[in-house]
Design a protein around this ligand. Structure first.
Ligand code: EPU
Length: 337
């Protein structure tokens, strides 16, 4: 297989940034990926999944390998649970819908999250009170240096809020190839405590929700707040919600009694970055084609032809404004290249 040259990545990153890959190749089979890694072992490589959690600020000089290996199946089941496996290149939302079609519960709150299955453990995707770590049993990852397949248990992934071992101690060393989830066949444990889900269910007069109702509610909420990357380029939440000392939170609360917050533990409190950004006046602002979404200030958007550098500049300006006003550092959730 010979890589193509000078390929635009605009359609392959949800921010819709028009940068080029110097060399580019798609891989649809594990065997093929292994051969590529042997063939190009001395080259600089760049692995591309769904392109939904990255901001590309310049052309990629490396060999870009798009991971498009597909496949999903039920591995085994008992009366209560099913163990399902999906390959790196499966679209996440389609996979969630497939589990729901099989009446399997556990991933419904994670409906409509953009991206591919293989990247979900890397940043421990989460929404509406559920994170991937709650349902993931293990994942198989390829160690790039010696092409060994290594199985990581849930614990070995060292999950935290939007964090895992793959973003930290083992950064850039592995490619996640497949993920196994343990899902419920009955006695589903619904997570509907989140305010927005409750009001969405209430509005539709749903008193005893099913996993399907929860998925529909989540889809409706996400569609109402978050821009569809097919229409406006974006990468979901650009920043992580910062965790501050509860003491600092109490000081802020005196000044801003309405400040939303989540208790992490006695000492630590998480503050929604979207609220902080809105307070600095950036919500809905547009600078050329780079902007801050009008319905969720945590989401930066590309209205068409923004460059990655322009989005990165806007992000830095917002970080500085939040730091000045609140003495809180907010850090990017999105990977910037
Ligand atoms: N808020 C504002 N202004 C805004 C946005 C939010 O005041 O512009 C306030 C809201 O009123 C609410 C609070 O901030 O009181 C939280 O807002 P929201 O429920 O929208 O959630 P979030 O904390 O901003 C996180 C995740 C989202 C996930 C939602 C729902 C992070 C970085 N983001 O956002 O994840 O969908 O919770 O669980 O944790 C993503 O990671 O790409 C993503 C979209």
């Amino acid at each position: 297989m010979t890589p193509a040259t000078d390929i635009s990545l605009k359609e392959l990153n949800t921010f819709g940034i028009d940068v080029k890959a110097k060399r580019f190749i798609v891989t649809t089979q594990t065997e093929q990926l292994l051969n590529l890694l042997k063939q190009y072992r001395d080259d600089t490589l760049f692995f591309l999944g769904g392109g939904s959690n990255m901001l590309l600020t310049k052309d990629i000089e490396a060999l870009v390998i798009q991971l498009a290996i597909k496949g999903k199946k039920i591995l085994r089941e008992d009366d209560d649970f099913a163990w399902v496996e999906a390959q790196v290149g499966e679209n996440w939302h389609e996979f969630v819908l497939w589990t729901l079609k099989h009446n399997l519960g556990g991933l419904e709150n994670l409906s409509l999250i953009p991206g591919q299955v293989g990247t979900t453990p890397i940043q421990n995707i989460g929404a509406y009170g559920v994170e991937i770590k709650d349902q993931m049993v293990e994942c198989v990852a390829l160690r790039i240096k010696d092409l060994e397949l290594v199985t990581f248990s849930n614990e070995q992934c060292a999950f935290d809020y939007r964090e895992s071992v793959f973003k930290n101690a083992l950064k850039d060393q592995y490619i996640v190839l497949s993920v196994v989830f343990k899902l419920t066949k009955r006695n589903h444990k619904l997570h509907i405590g989140y305010g927005a889900i409750q009001s969405e269910l209430q509005q539709n007069n749903i008193i005893e929700p099913t996993i399907h109702d929860v998925s529909k509610a989540v889809i409706a909420i996400r569609e109402s707040k978050l821009p569809n990357p097919k229409e406006i380029g974006n990468s979901g939440s650009f920043f992580k919600n910062p965790v501050i000392s509860t003491q600092q939170f109490h000081e802020l609360q005196r000044e801003y009694p309405e400040i939303p917050h989540y208790t992490v533990n006695e000492e630590l409190t998480k503050i929604p970055a979207g609220w902080l950004i809105e307070q600095t006046g950036f919500k809905g602002k547009r600078f050329g084609d780079a902007g801050v979404h009008s319905k969720q200030a945590l989401v930066l958007v590309n209205y068409g032809n923004a460059t990655g550098a322009e989005i990165a500049q806007l992000a830095a300006t917002i970080q500085e404004a939040v730091l000045q006003k609140f003495h809180i550092e907010i850090s990017a959730e999105v990977n910037i290249f």
